[in-house]
Design a protein around this ligand. Structure first.
Ligand code: 5AD
Ligand code: SF4
Length: 437
């Protein structure tokens, strides 16, 4: 087998960052990444299983890969579908050599050695009891200016609809010392933005008991060279007021909280096992809105959870009116294997789910059209993310995580990753237009 590999990644930011660590590990073992599947000796497929019959898509994709199968070509299925389907993958796709879930990536070097010795059914499947995290100094980050740090892996919340506790294992935090060391190394390497990752990032519990989640945010925000710290995703159940206080007191902490509510109905929330009510959630929103800074709030929503009535959907809509989210990610409920909700009747038809989704998305568009107007004339710093040469615009991101397209009169476009002060000249439901000042 030639020591070249190709990797394709699906799913959330955790998966994207896992792939950065997997690539780092492979490179450390002497492998070279290729951008074309055909050139690779080892093809890795980092899978997601959050919604929509994801496992079927994986098998479909594997069938396509099969056509590539040639002398010395090996396949690895990793990530959430790998953990979920386990050894069944070998039965359905015998040409796959490695099946590994994220909770076993720390064993990748030995899995690769076995692969090189010619073994064919190599598994890295979590027994759900692991207390270990995947810590490696070898991270092939794809962006040189902003980078992820996973501070907590897994999930213990067991929302009735969600596959994650079964694919990513139980909740386990890294030590604050280890996180600080990684952040320091990134700052030294020129990173100015750090984003903490975790399925429930604010459930972080320092094994050393040295720092709370809010204290860890502040400590990284105070590192020399760091200009922005973000974190995602927060769970309302564990959202404490000291996080808001930390944002208020520390300029480098971005003024944005992603706090998924899932539903505005306390009845549905209970059925979802979210462990909070509408009022509990709105109390946390009130803390955020009481901050001195204008903190943007975003959310995930699910429509069509088993038994959701039209009236309960409207409770989600009225909650959106109260919160005035800066962005939402709304999904149609999708039954997932192993989850408690799979045994509840998937009672809402697909057409109904589509219609309910539209109700929320239309409402949100109107909310954003009006609420983004508050930025008109505002002066803000944006991080440059790209150039749009046709329209002589630069694409940047605000601290609130909004897209800001801006023009500049300077003959030299600002460099990627640099910060530019701009004034907002026009607002849209999903972006801001500005000029460099
Ligand atoms: N069906 C639809 N949406 C889901 N999510 C998680 N599981 C499901 C599911 N079974 C959504 C939630 C979560 C986001 C990452 O994906 O809104 O916050
Ligand atoms: Fe997909 Fe969830 Fe796994 Fe992320 S953790 S890759 S969203 S199933």
């Amino acid at each position: 087998m030639s020591k070249t590999f190709y990797i394709e990644t699906f799913g959330c930011q955790m998966n994207a960052h896992d792939s950065e660590k997997v690539v780092g590990t492979l490179e450390q073992q002497g492998y070279v990444q290729t951008q074309v599947e055909d050139d690779a000796g080892l093809i890795l497929y980092n899978t997601c299983s959050i919604r929509d019959k994801a496992e079927q898509k994986v098998f479909h994709r594997l069938n396509e890969y099969k056509k590539l199968q040639g002398e010395g070509k090996r396949f690895a299925v990793i990530g959430c579908v790998a953990q979920q389907e386990g050894e069944k993958i070998f039965d359905k796709a015998p040409y796959v050599s490695i099946v590994a879930g994220s909770a076993s990536y720390r064993n990748l070097p030995s899995m690769l050695e076995r692969l090189e010795r010619g073994e064919s059914r190599i598994t890295g499947l979590d027994d759900k009891k692991t207390t270990e995290t995947f810590e490696t100094p070898f991270v092939a980050r794809t962006n040189q200016h902003r980078g992820y740090i996973t501070i907590i892996e897994g999930c213990d919340k067991f929302c009735a609809y969600c596959v994650v506790p079964y694919t990513r294992g139980n909740e386990r935090s890294r030590t604050s010392d280890s996180v600080m060391e990684e952040a320091r190394r990134m700052a030294d390497a020129g990173y100015t933005e750090i984003q903490f990752l975790g399925q429930n990032v604010n459930s972080y519990l320092d094994p050393l008991r040295k720092k709370t989640f809010a204290e860890l945010l502040v400590a990284v925000g105070e590192l020399s060279g760091i200009r922005r710290v973000r974190f995602t995703t927060s769970h309302p159940r564990d959202f404490t007021k000291d996080i808001v206080d930390a944002i208020d007191a520390t300029e480098t902490l971005c003024d944005h909280v992603h706090l998924p509510v899932q539903s505005g109905s306390s009845r549905v929330l209970a059925a979802m096992n979210r462990e909070y009510t509408r009022d509990w959630y709105l109390e946390r929103i009130a803390w955020i809105k009481a901050a001195k800074r204008d903190i943007s709030i975003t959310s995930d929503l699910i429509v069509g959870f088993p038994g959701e009535t039209e009236a309960e959907l409207m409770e989600t809509a009225t909650l959106m009116d109260i919160v005035q989210y800066d962005a939402i990610f709304a999904f149609k409920y999708s039954p997932r294997p192993n989850t408690p909700a799979i045994s509840m009747a998937d009672s809402i038809s697909e057409d109904d789910k589509v219609a309910r989704l539209k109700v929320l998305l239309d409402r949100q568009r109107e909310i954003q059209r009006i609420s983004y107007e508050r930025h008109l004339g505002e002066v803000m710093d944006v991080m440059v993310e790209g150039h749009n040469t046709q329209r002589v615009q630069v694409v940047g991101r605000s601290s609130q995580n909004k897209t800001v397209n801006f023009t500049t009169t300077s003959p030299i476009l600002p460099a990627l990753g640099s910060y530019q002060r701009v004034r907002v000249t026009q607002t849209f439901p999903n972006s801001l237009l500005a000029e460099a000042i």
